[in-house]
Design a protein around this ligand. Structure first.
Ligand code: NAG
Length: 241
């Protein structure tokens, strides 16, 4: 029964995913949410409101200086869940892995009108990994200041014993030393959205399962909430240690 219900939830989530990418294809602009692996991997193109776009005029050679210009741009976030444990990775940095400190997270920047086919190429080449510079986009790479929360959601699923959790990832600042002096930007515009991910606990297959594991039920960008839950944790990029 549970398996059937999960299959239905997965199918519904997939339809949402397909609907979005289909729309993206028509406009040829990559969607904000791309499901890379149903339940386990999502690439998010998060519009970075008012953020400076960093670029290098490569006609001046490989080592041309990085400069800033204003141009609609987005940050790329690769969110994935391993099959066998409860942590989340964002651009290869593990969250909730049992470590005390929040990790440094870097993100690449792309123009917001990045095409679906360019995004597909980026995903296929694994270029999102860690601090790699994207060769196809020309945008810079930034260290992120962020806030995160993970909270339980009460749902009718409760009866089956499966938990749903909501994860919020709020990027509120950027730092890059590609430019001289370094570029800093507070992402404090009212229109700036945050990422919300719903996680569904997977049924334990046997009593020997060490701990519950989760899958991604949905991912979307939502307005920044006003409330600051007690569980919120904050990472200021420049004061990391
Ligand atoms: C996304 O992250 C996962 C887990 O770290 C990794 O296996 C995958 O290659 C990454 N994808 C891209 C496009 O970088």
């Amino acid at each position: 029964m549970i398996v059937l219900r999960l299959a239905r939830i997965a199918a519904a989530a997939m339809l949402v995913g397909l609907g979005r990418s289909a729309k993206g294809d028509v406009a040829a602009i990559a969607p904000e949410i791309t499901v890379v692996e149903e339940g386990y991997g999502v690439v998010v193109k998060m519009p970075c409101v008012g953020c400076p776009f960093l670029y290098q005029d490569t006609s001046l050679g490989e080592d041309a200086e990085w400069r800033e210009r204003s141009d609609g741009n987005s940050l790329l976030l690769n969110i994935s869940l391993p099959y066998d444990s409860a942590h989340i990775t964002i651009n290869n940095a593990p969250l909730y892995s049992g470590r005390q400190n929040l990790p440094l997270i870097y993100a690449n920047q792309v123009l917001s009108d990045l095409s679906t086919s360019s995004l597909t190429e980026i995903i296929a080449s694994g270029q999102l990994e860690a601090t790699n510079q994207l060769t196809t986009s020309g945008g810079g790479s930034f260290g992120l200041s962020y806030r995160q929360t993970l909270q339980d959601v009460t749902t009718s699923q409760g009866a089956s014993g499966l938990e749903v959790k909501v994860f919020h990832f709020d990027v509120f600042g950027l730092y890059s030393d590609l430019t001289t002096p370094p570029t800093k930007y507070p992402m404090d515009r009212k229109e700036q959205k945050i990422l919300e991910i719903l996680l569904l606990q997977r049924p334990l297959l046997s009593a020997a399962d060490p701990a519950p594991t989760y899958e991604i039920l949905s991912a979307k960008l939502i307005p920044r909430p006003h409330a600051r839950p007690a569980t919120q944790r904050t990472m200021h990029f420049l004061s990391w240690d």
